[in-house]
Design a protein around this ligand. Structure first.
Ligand code: CTP
Length: 212
């Protein structure tokens, strides 16, 4: 994949509540980092936009660290154009509306007002710089394939990699995924996240190769 530029987002985002607290989720970043590593191993120029994780940067990958969903969105915009994007990050759906000074314990517990974060993947799908191959992830706990198929159409992406997160996937070492494309659904057995990454990278290389 020499000469191909591929964007990968990975990890959670942290959304501040006040200067010392934040909202987060259980994403470890492992699946996204493994995908970035596998793509770089095939010779692609990989830009990895990572939320707060404690993983080493894979060999040959350009890494940009961000904290919040809005920072991730800005970093994605700055990385364009790309030939393909693999949006693996577990972006926080909401952020706290007002973050000021540290919230003190004074009487009643505070009420946090949340507002929705931008959907980075859907925004990229609508943009003039939409990559030729746009891949989203879907974390599902039930009706995995039906939800992923609906998400693929709703977000206008080429492939959805559907994760069954009802077990210990978030933070774990293995993943059970279904690849949902225009052509149908391919279900892979439970595999180490590195093996999911290797197979997905090979599939991406084949798809970009067909586009010439
Ligand atoms: N995504 C994103 N920006 C967001 C939210 C999600 O880019 N603000 C991307 C993720 O990186 C992933 C896909 O969108 O590729 C997940 O879509 P989402 O609709 O958030 O799916 P789930 O997390 O599975 O949540 P839900 O089922 O509640 O829709």
């Amino acid at each position: 994949m020499h000469g191909r530029h591929i964007l990968v987002t990975a990890g959670p985002t942290h959304e501040p509540i006040d200067p010392v607290r934040y909202l987060a989720n259980r994403s470890s970043g492992r699946q996204g980092f493994a995908i970035a590593a596998a793509l770089a191993a095939l010779g692609a120029h990989v830009t990895l936009i990572a939320g707060p994780v404690t993983l080493p940067t894979p060999a040959g990958v350009t890494r940009i660290d961000v904290e919040t969903a809005r920072e991730m969105q800005a970093a994605v915009d700055a990385a364009l154009p790309v030939d393909a994007a693999v949006m693996v990050a577990a972006v926080a759906d909401w952020r706290v509306a007002d973050t000021g000074q540290k919230i003190k314990k004074s009487g009643a517990p505070p009420v946090l007002q949340l507002i929705e974060n931008p959907d980075i993947l859907a925004g990229l799908a609508r943009s003039a710089q939409r990559p030729a191959l746009l891949i989203g992830f879907a974390a599902e706990t039930e009706h995995v394939i039906a939800h992923a198929t609906a998400k693929r159409a709703r977000k206008n992406v080429d492939w959805i990699v559907a994760n069954d997160v009802s077990g210990d996937v978030m933070g774990g070492l293995a993943n059970t995924v279904h690849i949902v494309t225009a052509g149908g659904v391919e279900s892979w057995e439970r595999l180490p996240k590195e093996e999911v990454a290797t197979r997905l990278a090979a599939r991406i290389a084949a798809a970009l190769g067909k586009q010439g």
